[in-house]
Design a protein around this ligand. Structure first.
Ligand code: UD1
Ligand code: CA
Length: 462
């Protein structure tokens, strides 16, 4: 039997108080809807139907960013009017194969647990409908699982329609359910909208089947936190922290030392070798790989980088799309823009910006410099305030620096320019492509300093 997944994403998300459709709000910098789609994809369904409505064009645009293996099986269904979750599923039904099983997920459940939905779909063999429930510390806002005297599910009642008695029930409906296309086709039309919200509730399907003498199975999830439906910003923040604590705990279990797992953010994937230390308030984005004995100081933001063994990244360093080889020392306050390769034992110190540059083994740039579009050799020493003038206002040019070059402080290398091996550039020198040089020569621009005897230092006017 093939499985198709329907993900509801048509709602406005009024309680988010935002122009952005709710399911595009992000957890770990990824739209909530994408988290749900990726989890659903792990079940190997034959199709994933996304029901869109409110600002559907924004959602369809966002879906273009899905990886191609996933987008191949994604289909969009339009819900014309937002008449409720029952109507939303009905609008996807024409595209679903009549023989398929159907798993319904909500686009505002970013942490939807894979284990639970896998177990839930397995239950379908016995009964026509299975819903996923959980015990909530505070069930407010959720549909409640109402059971009969024998403990079987009787109906699901929404918060807004619940009596005081029913509101006391702590077992909530996650919204996640599995059934068949045949059941949906037969029973969805029986759902009415005679409730306090005037909506066609998908959840009414449970009560309707029970009245037809069918048994509706309830699978209890052990983790309510993962079933948080995000309707508001506080719930979004809760989902984010819950997600991050799962990431942090996985890394701790692998042996990574996190100074504080509550002050750690991973927005992508992070692979770590042994004895990695990560101080507080770091953000890792995209794909980051850290080798053995790598230390990351407080407040670093690291995106799509590989950092090899024994490298130390000091606090408040920002780096992106760069490869850092072994035994580097970077920062504090360094900025690596995309496209750098830093070979072994490179040092990049505070307030140094590096872009699209290669630094050879043992090269050092300790402070306050800009290295852009540069190929720099081995054991080069770069003084403070050295600038590669790589841009003439229209085009970018390359700077090539040989091995063992010494670049004095406050010097400008006007690209395109090549500095030969062993050259010493004196402080305050401007080098252009016209500058004559041999290997190991000294290059120097020195304007004469003069003494002015008539100078009087200004005093503050009264
Ligand atoms: C829903 C459930 C509730 C459950 C809770 C779990 C119903 C009637 N209630 O309530 O039992 O405890 O989720 O989080 O299903 N949507 C559409 N079209 C619509 C209305 C909603 O696609 O016409 C989508 C929304 O975008 C959202 C999902 O369905 O992704 C759930 O809708 P929402 O309004 O958030 O339902 P809840 O009130 O949270
Ligand atoms: Ca919701």
């Amino acid at each position: 039997m093939s499985l198709e997944v329907v993900i509801l994403a048509a709602g406005k998300g009024k309680r988010m108080n935002s122009q952005l459709p709710k399911v595009l709000h992000k957890v770990a910098n990824k739209p909530m809807l994408f988290h749900v789609i990726e989890t659903a994809f792990q079940l190997s369904p034959s199709a994933i139907h996304i029901v869109v409505g409110h600002k559907s064009e924004l959602i369809e645009e966002a879906l273009k960013d899905l990886p191609s293996d996933i987008s191949r099986i994604v289909q969009v269904s339009h819900q014309k009017e937002l008449l409720g979750t029952g109507d939303a599923v009905a609008s996807a039904l024409p595209k679903i194969n009549e023989e398929s099983d159907v798993l319904v997920l909500y686009g505002d459940n970013p942490l939807t647990p894979f284990d639970d939905i896998q177990r839930l779909t397995a239950l379908l063999e016995d009964n026509p409908l299975c819903v996923l429930s959980a015990y909530a510390r505070d069930p407010f806002g959720y549909g409640r699982i109402v059971r009969n005297e024998d403990g079987f599910l009787k109906e699901i009642v929404e918060e807004k329609d619940a009596s005081e008695e029913i509101r006391k029930i702590k077992e909530i409906n996650s919204g996640i359910m599995v059934t068949t296309a045949k059941v949906l086709k037969k029973y969805l039309p029986m759902i009415k909208n005679d409730n306090n919200q005037g909506e066609y509730y998908l959840t009414d399907l449970a009560g309707i089947l029970v009245k037809e003498n069918k048994i509706v199975d309830v699978l209890q999830s052990s983790n309510f936190d993962l079933l948080t439906g995000v309707n508001s910003k506080p719930q979004l923040a809760f989902a984010e922290r819950t997600y991050q604590s799962i990431q942090a705990n996985k890394l701790l279990a692998q042996g990574v030392t996190l100074a504080d797992p509550n002050r750690f953010d991973l927005r992508g994937s992070l692979k770590c070798g042994q004895d990695v230390f990560i101080d507080i308030n770091c953000i890792f984005e995209g794909n980051v790989t850290l080798g053995n004995n790598v230390q990351i100081g407080a407040g670093c933001v690291i995106k799509n980088c590989t950092i090899d063994d024994d490298s130390i990244i000091s606090p408040y360093t920002i780096m992106e799309d760069s490869t850092i080889c072994k035994k580097n020392t970077i920062g504090p306050f360094a900025r690596l823009r995309p496209g750098n390769v830093l070979n072994d034992e490179v040092h990049v110190g505070n307030f140094v910006e590096v872009k699209k540059s290669t630094l050879g083994v043992g090269t050092k740039s300790g402070h306050l410099s800009y290295l852009g579009d540069a190929v720099i050799g081995k054991n080069v020493n770069i003084g403070a305030g050295k600038i590669t003038c790589n841009y003439d206002g229209a085009n970018k040019f390359k700077t090539v620096i040989g091995d063992d070059v010494f670049v004095g402080s406050d010097s400008q290398l006007v690209a395109p320019v090549e500095i030969k091996n062993g050259v010493t550039i004196a402080a305050g020198t401007t080098v252009t492509k016209h500058t004559q040089m041999d290997e190991n020569s000294l290059i120097l621009t020195r304007a004469q300093s003069v003494k002015i005897d008539t100078y009087v230092r200004p005093t503050k006017q009264k």
